[in-house]
Design a protein around this ligand. Structure first.
Ligand SMILES: [Fe+2]
Length: 257
């Protein structure tokens, strides 16, 4: 447990145990060797539609209700429209999500899939775990990579929580492999479903929400080296403030950290 802990974010052992136990039991049901093969063949991307233990998914749905009054809406023409809830707000209103993020069983399993040891994002990173809300027609995020501003690689976990929508995760595999042909794909992420990828390798987007639809997904971010150079820290904070969580969440927390 200590080996995977970044040290900046003390692990509450007795609290972590419930989410970790349920997750560990669930993860034993998967064929890691087959998933790892699929992950490598797809250029560091894997999709598993039935991933979370049902009781964990149910808890996440309850958490969505708890944080809904605190959603921060953003609109960046041509790039993004939707709502976000940062890890700081989640810690205050829905602490079970942080327990799942810190599950030793989960981070060890994801590290096995990635083929390298993963670490938590620093405690002042509002993206470490965050909820994305698609609640108004046209909510979407355009084509992008989850660029790592860290010295190490950045891995993204997407977990479906609520999906009463036609939104799709559209993606292109192998876009940054020399000599490889890009391979397009598209999935819907049902409640409890998992997508896992190396943020700098997967070009992806979420297609726009239609009328009378709703979608909420949870993202986890893990890294291989949580240190960050100052200029990149500034760029990362500006992006998070403008595109996701607002200046108050990003810079006030930085000041406290
Ligand atoms: Fe993304």
């Amino acid at each position: 447990m200590a080996a995977i802990h970044s040290g900046s974010d003390p692990l509450p052992r007795e609290i972590a145990s419930n989410a970790d136990r349920a997750t560990a039991a669930r993860l034993r049901q998967f064929d890691m060797r087959a998933l790892r093969r699929e992950y490598v063949e797809q250029g560091a991307f894997v999709y598993q539609p039935d991933f979370l233990a049902p009781e964990i998914t149910a808890q996440l749905v309850a958490d969505v209700a708890a944080v809904t009054p605190s959603v921060n809406r953003n609109y960046l023409p041509g790039h993004k429209q939707g709502g976000s809830v940062s890890r700081h707000t989640i810690d205050r209103l829905a602490p079970a999500i942080g327990e799942l993020y810190r599950s030793p069983a989960l981070i060890a399993w994801l590290g096995e899939l990635a083929g390298e040891r993963l670490q938590f994002s620093p405690s002042d990173d509002p993206h470490a775990y965050a909820l994305y809300f698609y609640t108004r027609p046209g909510d979407h995020i355009g084509w992008h990579y989850d660029t790592s501003y860290y010295v190490g690689r950045r891995y993204t976990v997407l977990l479906g929580v609520i999906d009463e929508s036609s939104c799709r995760l559209d993606y292109e595999l192998h876009t940054r492999e020399t000599g490889a042909t890009a391979k397009p794909g598209s999935v819907q992420i049902p409640p409890g479903g998992l997508v896992f990828f190396d943020g700098d390798k997967l070009r992806h987007r979420i297609s726009p929400l239609a009328e009378n639809e709703m979608r909420v997904s949870l993202t986890f971010e893990y890294v291989t080296d949580p240190s960050m150079r100052p200029w990149r820290r500034f760029m990362s904070n500006m992006k998070d403030a403008v595109a996701y969580f607002g200046f108050r969440q990003v810079f006030r927390r930085r000041g406290r950290a």
